[in-house]
Design a protein around this ligand. Structure first.
Ligand code: SIN
Ligand code: CO
Length: 412
């Protein structure tokens, strides 16, 4: 993937980009229409839509149109092109070379680029403003570009979303309809009977929050760009399947353990005249083996930590081309500080931490700094200096640096 220049650090002390801070739980914020995150979560989150005018005053699109098109041309970026030419819906999956996109002068098409936060610091910073909601729930920041009249059709989503207008205007119509039946035979989910109840034109900086299953349709008025901050809410089916897989793989059930070694036995099997019939004894005995499967709250936490911190399939970390050795790494980080790479997911609980799909114990030494790094996604130079006598810290961070999981700030 072609490396794009990192943005100039704006914090001269540490050399790191200034943090895009999320509002604290009881802080009034324009982001939520002069409500606090606590008020928003209690009254709206997962419950009802909220239109917020000027949630981000003075917003500029995190990416210019051409930069977004460049992202859509990359293999490890998920993008979709939706056209509505001559009233026919069409969907294509990227990557798209520049000449594969319709002309920007043509009406009624839209390009959706997922996971822009993984590839661009500005988009990542924008998404971080929503970290009053747990990282475990945040999914990604998608950017859509549309020409006049463009949109993806009236539909509903199964996830919460903040739809932030970042460039140009879009007319949103929404409705809390019960009938969520879809038009058959289309390549995308379009509602059969859309019954809008409310309608607004969103301008740059305006934002619409929608809980799951609210019908909506956003149509570009002139060229526009919308950022969607989306959330993940795995289905019970997915959680069950993934958890059972996790249980089967857990280290406590190593192949040499008695439980894992227990095998089906049938010393009491009688001869049969109907060989194809499934023996009742087999069902009973396997039932007994399965009844032995047990798990604790620790297994659930470990499953969730590893599952939710697992990078998406298309995520590739860029390790440094010529990595510094540990001593040089420490010397440099004392001057510049470090921050988690945009793609790194670091979660923790009281017992463990989970980084990019791997779990490890949170020792009392690690507790001094790791939760802080996970919550703020950075350790400033000054803070790094106070922690360097912890060899468990420098060794671990050096490993993460070599894997491309953390980045160093620029030298002041
Ligand atoms: C869009 O940004 O065009 C569509 C987003 C959505 O409706 O979920
Ligand atoms: Co939607």
């Amino acid at each position: 993937m072609p490396k794009r220049p990192h943005h100039a650090p704006s914090n001269p002390v540490s050399g790191l980009c200034s943090p895009a801070r999320a509002p604290l739980p009881d802080e009034l914020t324009p982001l939520l229409g002069n409500r606090t995150p606590r008020q928003f979560m209690r009254r709206y989150w997962q419950k009802k839509p909220l239109l917020i005018r000027q949630a981000f005053p003075d917003i500029a699109a995190p990416l210019a149109r051409d930069e977004l098109f460049e992202l859509a041309d990359l293999e490890d970026v998920e993008s979709r092109l939706i056209t509505h030419f001559r009233k026919a819906w069409n969907l294509e999956h990227g990557p798209f070379a520049p000449d594969e996109l319709p002309s920007v002068r043509k009406r009624e098409w839209t390009l959706l680029v997922q996971g822009v936060n993984l590839h661009d610091d500005r988009a990542h910073a924008l998404m971080n403003r929503f970290r009053f909601i747990p990282d475990a729930r945040l999914d990604d920041l998608m950017i859509s570009y549309a020409t006049d009249g463009g949109g993806v059709g009236p539909h509903f989503d199964s996830y919460d979303v903040f739809l932030l207008q970042v460039h140009g205007k879009r007319r949103w119509r929404i409705g809390a309809q019960r009938d969520l039946s879809l038009k058959p035979g289309l390549p995308l989910k379009v509602l059969q009977h859309f019954e809008p109840e409310q309608e607004w034109v969103l301008e740059p900086g305006d934002m619409l929050y929608l809980p799951p299953h609210i019908a909506h349709d956003g149509i570009a008025e002139g060229e526009c760009m919308t950022a969607s901050i989306g959330f993940r809410a795995p289905s019970a089916h997915e959680l069950t399947a993934q958890f059972l897989y996790h249980l089967a793989e857990r280290t406590g059930d190593a192949p040499d353990s008695a439980r894992a070694n227990a095998r089906y036995r049938d010393p009491g099997q009688e001869p049969v005249a109907n060989p194809a019939a499934l023996p009742a004894l087999l069902i009973e005995r396997v039932g007994a083996i399965l009844a032995n499967v047990d798990w604790s709250e620790k297994d659930i936490a470990e499953f969730l930590g590893t599952y939710l911190s697992e990078p998406k399939a298309n995520v590739v970390f860029d390790s440094p081309e010529r990595a510094l050795n540990e001593q040089k790494f420490v010397e440099r980080a004392k001057k510049t500080g470090i921050e988690l790479d945009r793609k790194t997911i670091l979660l923790y609980d009281a017992r463990s931490f989970f980084v990019n799909g791997e779990a490890a114990a949170l020792s009392s030494k690690l507790k001094k700094w790791l939760p802080e790094l996970a919550d703020t996604r950075r350790l400033e130079a000054k803070r790094f200096v106070t922690l360097t006598d912890e060899s468990s810290m420098t060794g671990l961070l050096h490993e993460w640096y070599r894997a491309g999981w953390i980045r160093m700030g620029a030298l002041p």
